[in-house]
Design a protein around this ligand. Structure first.
Ligand code: FMN
Length: 172
C-alpha cells in the first residue's frame, strides 16, 4: 500500500476484533511516530501503550464511555511533554508535534491492515491520573488500534469541496 492508498482507506474504526495486534505491527506503528517531524527536532512527546484490560476500561470511562476505547486491544495515548512551549507563531509546539506523529501512526496502522480512531473527547485529568502522567504534561489524544470488525474497504468520505477549503493568494 502506498501513501495515497493509506490516506484514502484510513477511516475511523469504532468496532474491533478481540485479537491483539502483533508486537511487530505495534513496533512499526511506533516507528512511524518516531520518524515524524517535530519543531527543532525536539521530540517532546511520549506515547503510552495501553493493553491492560482494567486500564482500558478506566480510559473508556474517562472518554465519555466510548465503548470502542476498551474494546480495542491496544490504545496509544499521545502525550505532549512540554505543552506550554510555543513557536514564534504562538502555536503550541509539542501539541502540534504529537498530532503529526499520531497521524503517521494512523496511516502506518492502515498499511498494516489495522483500524484506528482519534479520540479527543476525554477528561484530561482523569486520563492523566489513570496513567500516572506527570502534571506538566498534556494528553493530546487517545488512539485505539486493532483489527477492524468490518475490514478497511474504502467508504464514501463526507468532505467539503476543494474550492470551499482553499483560496488563492489571499484569504477569502
Ligand atoms: C482531533 C480529533 C478528535 C476526535 N475525537 C473523536 C472522539 O472522541 N470519538 C469519535 O468517535 N471520533 C472522534 N474523532 C473522529 C472523527 O469523528 C472522524 O475523523 C471524522 O468524522 C471523519 O471521519 P473518518 O476519520 O472516518 O474519515 C476525532 C477526530 C479527530 C481528528
Amino acid at each position: 500500500m502506498n501513501v495515497s492508498e493509506a490516506i484514502i482507506s484510513r477511516r475511523s474504526v469504532r468496532s474491533y476484533k478481540e485479537k491483539q495486534i502483533p508486537e511487530e505491527c505495534l513496533h512499526k506503528v511506533i516507528e512511524s511516530a518516531r520518524m515524524a517531524p517535530s519543531a527543532r527536532n525536539k521530540q517532546d512527546w511520549k506515547f503510552v501503550i495501553v493493553q491492560d484490560e482494567e486500564k482500558k476500561d478506566e480510559l473508556h470511562e474517562a472518554a465519555n464511555g466510548q465503548k470502542f476505547v476498551k474494546e480495542a486491544p491496544t490504545v496509544v495515548v499521545g502525550v505532549a511533554t512540554k505543552p506550554e512551549d510555543e513557536m514564534k507563531s504562538g502555536i503550541p509546539t509539542s501539541i502540534v508535534d504529537v498530532t503529526i506523529a499520531m497521524d503517521h501512526m494512523t496511516l502506518k496502522a492502515t498499511e498494516e491492515g489495522l483500524g484506528t480512531c482519534w479520540v479527543g473527547a476525554f477528561d484530561q485529568e482523569e486520563v492523566k491520573n489513570i496513567l500516572n502522567i506527570p502534571d506538566g504534561c498534556k494528553v493530546v489524544a487517545l488512539l485505539p488500534i486493532g483489527y477492524p470488525e468490518e475490514g478497511l474497504e474504502v467508504l464514501y468520505k463526507d468532505r467539503k469541496n476543494p474550492e470551499d477549503i482553499t483560496c488563492r493568494d489571499t484569504y477569502y
